[in-house]
Write a protein that binds this ligand. Structure first.
Ligand code: PEP
Ligand code: MG
Length: 570
């Protein structure tokens, strides 16, 4: 038995066998060989196994995620059937008596370099395909297993260093019962995805990949942030009981599913959900959400080999709007960069990606990416109650430019004969301190604010949200953060606008009473946090919390804030 402590990222208890989703070690010694034929047979076998695997993954992806997502694997299969790649490898083995691993890597590298240096974007993408396929064949030549998360077909707990959003998108919800990672925090995207998939997760354990072997029994305690490896019978019993209690608690929360949210002094509060895909909208409805406060559209762009078309985006946005009926749906325009990479966009590697060329900065420079998204949104607007939100706004000029492009596309669409709603609100994420500080000036021009505390905290405290070593500085309750949040809410109200919050802080039980007192209008959170928040709000008075506002804003440390809130609410 071994126990690790991490960050509780998605609540619940999961018990299953470990599945190591770790890049395999692909080292070998380069040597000459005596029998080229045998070496070529080895290569042929490795290529054959890889092809069979890719066929299966392609079929699975096609069934689970659709044709667009499956395309990347068709491209990989094409690479493996291309004589222009395979023959030179075989020639190298025959002529230079090179071991197959080295012949494969050397020839592939030559093609990768060649494609990467081409002007044509399509060709540059081929370099990425060759790189992926080479790793797979190399793994089979070396006899090491290559993880294929899309093919998981039994109940497992995924163990990984980190899960990128595109890894997470490939996981089969039916079989992946939970996951644990070495790195990440509560607001890293793997954690956010776990909550929208409603699977228990513990992140930031530092060493789970080193501590667990494939197939070992693992317990994920996503309530208290523990990972138990090879549990004793006693522990198994204890955690099965905890699992049952959690399920019972969930059933109690579920009783409030169709109720509105009222505080103990009768104030009605709007609780909405954050989603990453159209499928997640159902999770918000099932958990009693009164709308969508943040649709992170970047997930539409991930895990595929090319940009989604305007039509494909239109279908996705329309689907969310239709599922939500007349409930509000706040859609955020593309927020890539930082920890959200898109291989086909060819974003440059940066020293500080979170401070770099991302989100609205990228979109304003790349209208060929931005305009189709805005067009798709505007076209979908007639199917529900759409609000559009721009991410990472740092200056008013950025907002004005983005809004001007939106209005331009609205006019274009109308000229083309499309119907577009007249009542779309246009707002911004407040996640950069400069914007929070001059929120008053912004409030005159935007229709609403949604405070993105995940980023606002990292930028205000200068503490990377992905780095556990500085996680002690990542303090949602720090008075500096509370003052910025208050400034945004007051600015909105002074101009008759509304202020919401879609960062993870909005669903945090310590933050909820504070935000209530500051007058936050809309709380947007992971679907699974909605019912616990509704239950909590029933027991707190808005008037009472508002009376503590000045005291809280003038406190000196986060610790003081937490102690005070606990004393007043428990
Ligand atoms: C935020 O920054 O708070 C936010 C909601 O956006 P994301 O987590 O996608 O960066
Ligand atoms: Mg953000």
């Amino acid at each position: 038995m071994k126990q690790l402590k991490g960050i509780a990222a998605s609540s619940g208890i999961a018990i299953a066998k470990a599945y190591q989703l770790v890049a395999p070690e692909l080292t070998y010694t380069k040597k000459t060989i005596d029998n080229p034929e045998a070496e070529i047979t080895r290569l042929d076998n490795a290529v054959e196994i890889s092809k069979r695997e890719l066929e299966k993954i392609k079929e699975h992806t096609l069934n689970e995620l659709g044709a667009e997502h499956a395309e990347i694997f068709s491209a990989h299969l094409l690479v493996l059937s291309d004589p222009e790649l395979i023959n030179p490898i075989k020639d190298k083995i025959t002529n230079e008596k090179t071991v197959a691993e080295a012949a494969l890597e050397e020839v592939s590298s030559m093609f990768i370099d060649m494609f990467e240096n081409m002007d044509n974007e399509y060709m540059r993408e081929r370099a990425a395909d060759i790189r992926d396929v080479t790793k797979r064949v190399l793994a089979h030549l070396l006899g090491v297993s290559f993880p294929n998360p899309a093919l998981i077909d039994e109940e497992v707990i995924v163990i990984a260093e980190d899960l990128t959003p595109s890894d997470t998108a490939q996981l089969n919800r039916q079989f992946v019962k939970g996951f644990a990672t070495d790195i990440g925090g509560r607001t890293s995207h793997s954690a956010i995805m776990a909550r929208s998939l409603e699977i228990p997760a513990v992140v930031g354990t530092s060493e789970v990949t080193k501590s667990v072997s494939q197939d070992e029994l693992v317990i994920i305690d996503g309530i208290d942030g523990h990972v138990i490896i090879n549990p004793s019978d006693e522990q198994l019993k204890e955690y099965k009981k905890k699992q049952e209690e959690f399920e019972k608690q969930k059933a109690l929360w579920a009783e409030l599913k169709d109720e509105p949210t009222f505080t103990s002094d009768g104030e009605q509060i709007e609780l909405v959900g954050n989603i990453g895909t159209p499928e997640d909208a159902q999770g918000v409805i099932n958990n009693g959400g009164e709308g969508v406060g943040l649709y992170r559209t970047e997930f539409l762009y991930m895990g595929k080999s090319e940009m989604p078309s305007e039509e494909e985006q239109f279908e996705a946005y329309k689907s969310v709007l239709e599922q939500m009926g007349d409930k509000p749906v706040v859609v955020r325009t593309l927020d890539v960069g930082g920890d959200k990479e898109l291989p086909y966009l060819d974003l440059p590697k940066e020293m500080n990606p979170f401070l770099g060329f991302r989100a609205i900065r990228y979109c304003l420079e790349n209208e060929q990416v931005f305009r189709p998204q805005l067009r798709a949104l505007l076209r979908a607007s007639v199917y529900g109650n759409l609000k559009i939100m721009f991410p990472m706004i740092a200056t008013l000029e950025e907002f004005r430019k983005a809004k001007a492009i939106l209005l331009d596309e609205k006019e274009n669409l109308r000229n083309e004969g499309h119907e577009v709603s007249d009542t779309i609100e246009v707002g911004i994420m407040v996640e950069i301190p400069s914007t929070a500080v001059i929120a008053k000036q912004f409030a005159k021009e935007v229709d609403f604010f949604s405070i993105g505390t995940n980023d606002l905290i990292q930028y205000t405290m200068a503490a990377d949200r992905m780095n556990e070593q500085v996680s002690y500085l990542y303090q949602p309750y720090h008075p500096a953060i509370l003052n910025l949040v208050n400034n945004v809410i007051e600015a909105a109200h002074s101009e008759g606008k509304w202020a919401g919050m879609c960062g993870e802080m909005a669903g945090d039980p310590i933050a909820i009473p504070i935000l209530l007192g500051l007058g936050l209008d809309e709380f947007s959170m992971s679907a699974t946090s909605i019912l616990p928040a509704r239950t909590q709000l029933k027991g707190i008075s808005k008037k009472e919390m508002a009376s503590y506002k000045d005291k809280l804003l003038s406190m000196s440390t986060a610790e003081e804030v937490v102690a005070f809130v606990k004393e007043k609410t428990q």
